[in-house]
Design a protein. Structure first.
Length: 139
């Protein structure tokens, strides 16, 4: 478990607000092409919370890739949350929309083999090939 017992996540325009209760289960940087495209970031970071600890998330999300649901703000388009079938006990929230996220430091780099060639990661954080599923689930 990582961080405090609660956080607030807000989109760019303020229309969508999530309550995040309980410390994050894990924090990860993902280098997969899907997450890079969804967030527009070269190395997006996410905090995982138990589904019961996330309030304010409505609807089913959008499924573009099989097994992945993503939620965005309907007004400004900010990425707000994602679920993955292979990680059923977690909802991933982009770090950039979480207020006071300074104590949510990454524990793993996932899909490190897809990192941009000019990105040099010398942060001492574990680098996983592929999903890093076992690390993300605390295994």
């Amino acid at each position: 478990m990582v961080g405090r017992s609660s956080y607030i996540a807000r989109c760019y325009c303020g229309e969508t607000k999530l309550g995040l209760n309980g410390p994050a289960q894990t924090v990860a940087i993902c280098h997969c092409n899907d997450c890079k495209r969804w967030t527009g970031a070269p190395m997006p970071a996410f905090a995982a919370f138990a589904p019961s600890g996330v309030t304010g998330l409505s609807g089913e999300g959008v499924t573009i890739n099989a097994g992945v649901n993503r939620w965005i703000c309907g007004k400004c388009g900010s990425p707000m949350a994602a679920t993955f079938d292979y990680l059923p006990t977690q909802i991933y929230i982009p770090i950039g929309v979480i207020d006071d996220a300074d104590d949510l430091s990454p524990q793993v780099h996932c899909f490190a083999e897809q990192a941009l060639s000019w990105l040099h990661m010398n942060d001492g954080v574990t680098k996983q090939t592929g999903t890093g599923r076992d690390t993300l689930l605390g295994g």
